[in-house]
Design a protein around this ligand. Structure first.
Ligand SMILES: [Ca+2]
Ligand SMILES: [Ca+2]
Length: 500
């Protein structure tokens, strides 16, 4: 009696996929998926198993071992930015690229259908970042700042934040908070120092990690300005056609005569960025009329912070007013733009202010548009501000605790100007102002005081609220050395019009 072995015509199938180890996988972690088949399989090439990590599908690849057995292991290396707090899942059937196969011993091809959900295999390859730098607090000799993070962090070493006491550079050093999402940085004044609201100033706050680090629960390091380095390094930026608009005022007043509109194109060439710091050059062309233009070539010193703010200083190569700017990285139609507000700042010269969405370009294949008079730059959210009066507390303008007011008389394309006054004898006894407000409410403006030798102050901050409840958080902004410097925050509160 012959017992012919039956011919195997049944394709192998996936019986199960074992859950990866329950864990939060950080950047550089490896997630392993053990795929069990209904019979022994022979694998060749590099079969892959698609895995959903949040919104991204990535391929876990066969690790090359176990051919001839009933199970194969597929592994996936977690990459920076991967994020799946609810776990990962199989996104589709096993993929067999050219040259890859999974077959049983009789040569039947695998039925590749696969599924599986693994809620305990969480992925967090997004480093913690600062969500808020608090105000500086002064209590006797102790100066402190609370810094809030996007998630709980663990601190190793002694990270620090540079600031100034009486013009001297000092460090706020990490003191406490590891394990939570708020860290406190402190500085103890020396015997000869008396820190006060007036003499303490913080630059654009940046956490220096020199001898330490800040990590999240999955071991990812704090995002710093470093994450903007590749975007900024050796890049070129231009102003798109619809943003080609600037305003210029006289050297003595921002209202009399009124500022005039200019068409401007500004091109930046940036060098290598390191930890968010960069240098470069700027070439601007301003047209007063089709026949009347002037150019300006400036060197750039800039800084991007971990939360995506940009501070820039432009120094004319042939003398003249420096320009300072504040900006934010913003996504515009899928491109990372730099929304920039800039204003020239040197008492006694004509002033120019402009804001725009700067876009990256390749000078080898793209010619930025020339200035032309059809700008469509808008910031309609704040079009209600003309005619509003603001009560404003500013130590710098009105003396310690002093209060004055200003009125916005004109607002066009996000540009505004007006005038204000304060207590007699103070710097801000009378002044005019000129600047811009972005759709998101970022404010940058110059104040020019009314003395025979005027003083210029640059203020920056944020406007929030509706016409009846609006307020601005403002602070002075200087950028003369390698770091920007900001004064303490003061508030401007809208004064309701009398109802009759
Ligand atoms: Ca079979
Ligand atoms: Ca994280």
């Amino acid at each position: 009696m012959s017992s012919a072995r039956p011919v195997d015509t049944t394709p192998p199938e996936i019986r199960s996929i074992a859950a990866p180890k329950g864990h939060t996988y950080g950047e550089g972690g490896t997630i392993a998926f053990r795929v069990n088949f209904t019979e022994p399989v022979v694998a060749t090439g590099i079969p892959t198993l698609p895995i959903s990590i949040g919104d991204t599908v990535r391929q876990a690849a066969w690790n090359g071992r176990g051919s001839g057995s009933r199970s194969l292991t597929f592994t996936l290396g977690v990459q920076s930015g991967d994020f799946a707090p609810a776990g990962v899942r199989v996104a589709g059937p096993i993929v067999l690229p050219d040259g890859a196969a999974i077959r049983d011993r009789a040569g039947n091809d695998l039925n590749p259908a696969a599924s599986g959900e693994f809620p305990r295999a969480r992925v967090d390859a997004v480093g913690p970042s600062v969500s808020d730098f608090g105000h500086i607090a002064i209590a006797g000799k102790r100066v402190s700042m609370r810094v809030t993070f996007t998630e709980p962090v663990t601190v190793r070493g002694k990270p620090s934040i540079a600031f100034m006491v009486d013009g001297a550079p000092r460090q706020l050093v990490y003191a406490r908070g590891s394990g939570s999402d708020v860290l406190v940085f402190t500085y103890r004044a020396t015997r000869r120092e008396t820190p006060t609201v007036e003499n303490v100033a913080v630059s654009t706050p940046v956490i220096a990690l020199s001898r330490g680090h800040i990590i999240d629960a999955a071991g990812n390091r704090m995002a710093t300005g470093t994450r903007w380095d590749s975007l900024l390094s050796n890049s070129h930026w231009y102003v798109p056609e619809e943003n080609l608009l600037a305003y210029m005022s006289s050297s003595t007043s921002f209202t009399t005569p009124p500022p005039v509109s200019l068409w401007d194109q500004t091109l930046w060439s940036l060098g290598t960025a390191t930890d968010g710091r960069f240098t470069g050059s700027s070439q601007a062309t301003f047209y007063v009329s089709p026949e009347n233009s002037f150019g300006s070539t400036m060197s750039i010193v800039g800084l991007a912070t971990e939360v995506g703010e940009i501070r820039m200083r432009f120094t004319p190569t042939s003398g003249g007013s420096p320009v300072i700017g504040v900006g934010q990285f913003r996504e515009v139609n899928g491109t990372t733009a730099i929304q920039m507000q800039m204003i020239s700042g040197q008492a006694g010269e004509a002033y120019t202010t402009h804001w725009a969405y700067m876009l990256p370009y390749d000078p080898g294949s793209f010619t930025p548009p020339d200035p032309r008079p059809d700008a469509d730059l808008t910031s309609t959210e704040w079009a209600w501000t003309p005619g509003t009066t603001w009560e404003y507390q500013s130590d710098e303008l009105f003396g310690p605790g002093g209060v004055g007011s200003f009125t916005i008389t004109n607002y066009r394309n996000g540009y505004f100007w007006g005038s204000g006054s304060g207590p007699a004898g103070t710097l801000g006894e009378s002044f005019t102002q000129l600047g811009s407000i972005t759709p998101e409410g970022n404010v940058l403006f110059n104040v020019l005081t009314g003395q025979s030798v005027p003083t210029l102050l640059t203020l920056t901050g944020q406007i929030t609220g509706e016409p009846l409840t609006a307020r601005m958080a403002l602070r002075t902004y200087e950028f003369s050395g390698s770091d920007p410097a900001f004064g303490a925050v003061g508030y401007a509160v809208i004064v309701p019009e009398p109802t009759t």
